[in-house]
Design a protein around this ligand. Structure first.
Ligand SMILES: Cc1cc2nc3c(=O)[nH]c(=O)nc-3n(C[C@H](O)[C@H](O)[C@H](O)COP(=O)(O)OP(=O)(O)OC[C@H]3O[C@@H](n4cnc5c(N)ncnc54)[C@H](O)[C@@H]3O)c2cc1C
Length: 245
């Protein structure tokens, strides 16, 4: 079924009841949004009487008693021979703090939320692959922390690939130095560059275009820069292992 509007919800309910009566039915509902929009109250949103979420009703919650498979996506064509296309494979590039935390959060999302909302075998096909070009995770941290992070991620089902980089990515594939994977979702956590605005200050920039420590606030009246720095150093006392400016 395409569309979880009034028509779609009604049909899904009817089919679920037929299924409950023993008819052999497999129902998949696809909508480009994960919620039903209650159109009769659209005018209230347009006139600021209601917030948009007030008229967006979760498809899963509405159909919880006899849930069909619910898929988020815009249907653009019909292909009766369609097969797995890598859309359940997440590749995360970069095993620094961002990549590690994201991989862990995704694994939790799959374990705690998605597996409940998708009580079909599909979630077992979710793959989370964390790729790091160095031979260890969390380069800026102790090797003990790195090992612990790797152990914890693998325990949650994340595939950790060390010592390999990403050579190429297309819409459907990610090519590693030594392998190719069908994957439609690639998250880049392998380094960010500072805002190009930093170049406007006319000082020599550090790695990634970052600003070095400055001893004055550009364009502003004199301020006690040391006090600002001290505030930053205070973060170190919270137990963060990261260098602070
Ligand atoms: C302002 C307003 C007030 C209204 N007031 C009333 C009222 O008081 N009483 C009444 O009976 N009716 C009212 N209606 C009409 C009623 O909302 C519609 O008749 C009803 O929503 C139509 O239901 P539907 O399921 O056919 O389509 P829709 O409710 O429009 O649902 C279509 C669904 O299909 C999804 N979809 C579309 N294309 C794709 C695609 N390619 N791939 C995946 N998903 C897709 C959309 O995201 C949407 O969820 C009102 C309509 C409006 C706009």
């Amino acid at each position: 079924m395409v569309g979880g509007g009034f028509g779609g919800l009604l049909l899904a309910r009817e089919l679920a009841q037929a299924g409950a009566r023993g008819q052999p039915l497999k129902v998949t509902l696809i909508d480009q949004r994960n919620h039903h929009t209650f159109q009769p109250l659209l005018y209230q949103v347009a006139t600021a009487g209601l917030q948009p979420p007030d008229i967006g009703i979760s498809l899963r919650a509405t159909l919880r008693r006899h849930p069909p498979k619910i898929r988020l996506g815009e249907v653009v064509d019909v292909d009766p021979d369609a097969h797995e296309d890598g859309s359940l494979t997440f590749v995360i590039a970069g095993g620094g703090p961002t990549g590690v935390e994201l991989a862990g959060a995704l694994a939790e999302l799959v374990e705690l939320v998605v597996s409940r909302d998708h009580p079909d075998p599909d979630t077992s096909r979710v793959r989370i692959v964390l790729v790091e070009v160095m031979d260890r995770l969390l380069g800026g941290f102790s090797s003990r922390s790195a090992e612990q992070a790797r152990h914890e991620l693998e325990r949650r089902g994340v595939e950790v690939r060390l010592g390999t980089g990403i050579a190429q990515a297309t819409e459907a594939h990610v090519t590693f130095d030594d392998d190719v994977l069908r994957a439609r979702i690639l998250v880049w956590a392998a380094g960010v560059a500072a805002s190009p605005l930093a170049q406007a200050l006319g000082v020599e920039l550090g790695p990634g275009g970052r600003l070095p420590g400055l001893d004055r606030v550009v364009g502003a009246p004199p301020v006690d820069v040391d006090r600002v720095r001290e505030a930053g150093r205070g973060a170190g006392q919270l137990g963060l292992e990261l260098p602070v400016p």
